[in-house]
Ligand binder design. Structure first.
Ligand code: MSP
Length: 506
């Protein structure tokens, strides 16, 4: 039986254009989804748009549009982003869809039936930008901890009894130390919960745009309760017999930015426990990007447009840079000089040159054919071969911890050793002195490049395909199954290769 793997991005607000932050979360999920598929898992990778709430309603009104017209248009931009980024998502959920309304209403009813929701009145601070309520002690100089402006809100509201879940949440974190990553974030969440939880307002009456509370149409469901439910709606919930739900819930990983960790690591598990549903296995909170050292903000006009950077530098180059440059979980800086250093150094010089040198030598000197498997190994050969044969298992461990940068570092270490192997063995000299040794050296190198390119497929799907095509590796022989011991590159005919990663000058 196949193993199942369910991974989700946050669903993106439709009040704005897609930017680098959205692209980052989505690419990270795509890389994991692709990795797991190549590893034999049955994967469901979900992304989508978060379309309700006061923030979207306000954005629509400011453009004299109805919220749904507005949401349709911007949601479409996010859908286009999935193509632009070459995402392999299996579904795209919109919270304005019927399937989502049904699921949200059902969750609400479950919370009511289980006596976790009561009617009262909210009086307190609300930050529209975060769609979040804040307590008095969290407000400094009239701002939320996130820097968002807050407004005083007083209105009738339904409440979720969050305060009663403190102990249960803390117990759950203790029993599931892998639930929140990185560890520093787990500690943050624990201390937030230990600091005391207040009941959470889960409905609003001062605007219209959202899912109506069942049996009380004056109230609109709190947008975060509505939004978080998307992870279930996409599995056919409330039909818990639906195969999607059976196979994929609980989710293996909700990927989120650090700013929205509280909603996923505190509110969501509490809602689920209260509704009697299983909790997701893991939540990873990644860091934020700055642009040339400055906070990215619309008002400063320094938003990074994914389309623009992809047109300028190439998609696989950007995907590689985002996941290699910064340890996943930490904040990072997007600078042109760092990007060019990665593209020209890691990609053109290291990987690009290796492929170009080795594959064109094979084309020219081995009758356009990958040489037959090496039979006599020197000690140096054995060391190098062992290194790339061990790569898959080492990389898997890093990937399962979402340590993308470590996984890439390991792969590039092998690339660098492969280049050293070329220099040391100097196959171009062997051509005149020892043809059989030349064939052996080139076979070992071709096999190392096959291993490397199979492993980088999740990160750079189109460039790795080009390399594998140049090596004439069959499409159906590119999964991790083909990295097992005793599977080797085949002695197929090849074409004259052309460079995969051109150098980029500013
Ligand atoms: N709609 C909510 C999520 C609901 S999930 C049930 C939301 N949407 S968002 O569009 O504002 O943000 C989506 C993601 O983009 C978040 O994970 C956030 O961390 C990420 N980023 C926004 N700006 C970012 C950077 N500058 N850098 C990295 N990621 C950032 O929140």
């Amino acid at each position: 039986m196949k193993n199942y793997y369910y991974i989700t991005t946050p669903i993106y607000y439709v009040n704005d254009k897609p930017h680098i932050g959205h692209a980052y979360t989505s690419i990270a999920c795509d890389v994991l989804a692709r990795f797991k598929r190549l590893d034999g898992y049955n994967v469901k990778f979900l992304t989508g748009t978060d379309e309700h709430g006061q923030k979207v309603e306000k954005a629509a009104i400011s453009q004299n549009r109805t919220p749904i017209e507005f949401a349709d248009e911007i949601s479409e931009n996010f859908k286009s982003l999935t193509d632009l980024l070459n995402l392999s998502n299996d579904d795209f959920i919109r919270t304005t869809e019927k399937r989502h309304k049904v699921a949200s209403e059902n969750i609400w009813k479950k919370l009511i039936d289980n006596n976790h929701i009561y009617l009262d009145k909210y009086a307190g601070w609300y930050a529209l930008k975060d769609e979040a309520f804040y307590s008095e002690k969290e407000i400094t100089n009239g701002k939320a901890p996130t820097g968002a402006d807050v407004q005083w809100v007083e209105e009738p509201s339904y409440f979720f009894d969050l305060s009663t879940w403190e102990e249960k949440l803390l117990d759950f974190y203790e029993e599931n130390p892998e639930f929140i990553s990185p560890l520093s974030r787990m500690n943050e969440v624990k201390s937030f919960v230990r600091g005391g939880l207040r009941d959470l307002s889960v409905s609003r009456t001062s605007f219209q745009w959202g899912i109506k509370v069942p049996n009380d149409n004056n109230h609109i469901m709190y947008v975060w309760l509505d939004a978080l439910t998307n992870y279930l709606s996409a599995l056919g919930y409330p039909n818990t017999k639906n195969l999607s739900y059976v196979n994929f819930w609980p989710a293996d990983l909700h990927m989120v930015g650090k700013d929205i960790l509280r909603f996923h690591a505190v509110y969501w598990p509490a809602f689920l426990m209260a509704a009697g549903l299983p909790l997701p296995k893991r939540i990873f909170a990644h860091g934020w990007w700055t642009n040339e050292g400055r906070k990215i903000s619309k008002s400063d006009g320094n938003i990074i447009d994914p389309l623009e950077i992809i047109n300028n530098y190439g998609l696989d180059q950007i995907r590689y840079f985002l996941l290699r440059e910064v340890p996943f979980g930490s904040d990072g800086d997007f600078s042109k000089s760092a990007l060019l250093a990665r593209i020209n150094g890691d990609l053109s010089n290291d990987l690009g040159n290796l492929c170009q040198r080795v594959i064109s030598m094979i084309y020219k000197n081995c009758e356009r054919k990958i040489p037959n498997k090496c039979q006599n190994y020197s000690d140096e050969d054995k060391i190098f071969i062992k290194e790339f044969q061990n790569l898959y298992s080492k990389v898997s461990i890093e990937m399962n911890n979402q340590s993308f940068h470590q996984a890439l570092k390991m792969i590039w270490n092998v690339i660098s050793n492969a280049n050293k192997f070329v220099d040391l063995q100097a196959p171009w000299k062997l051509k005149n002195t020892n043809i059989s040794r030349m064939n052996d050296v080139l076979w070992i190198l071709a096999e190392s490049i096959r291993t490397i390119s199979i492993l980088i497929q999740p990160f750079m799907p189109s460039s790795s395909n080009k390399i594998l095509n140049q090596l004439s590796v069959l499409e159906e022989e590119r999964t991790f199954e083909f990295l097992k011991p005793n599977v080797f590159i085949k002695s197929n005919l090849i074409e004259n290769p052309s460079p995969i990663f051109p150098r980029i000058t500013d």
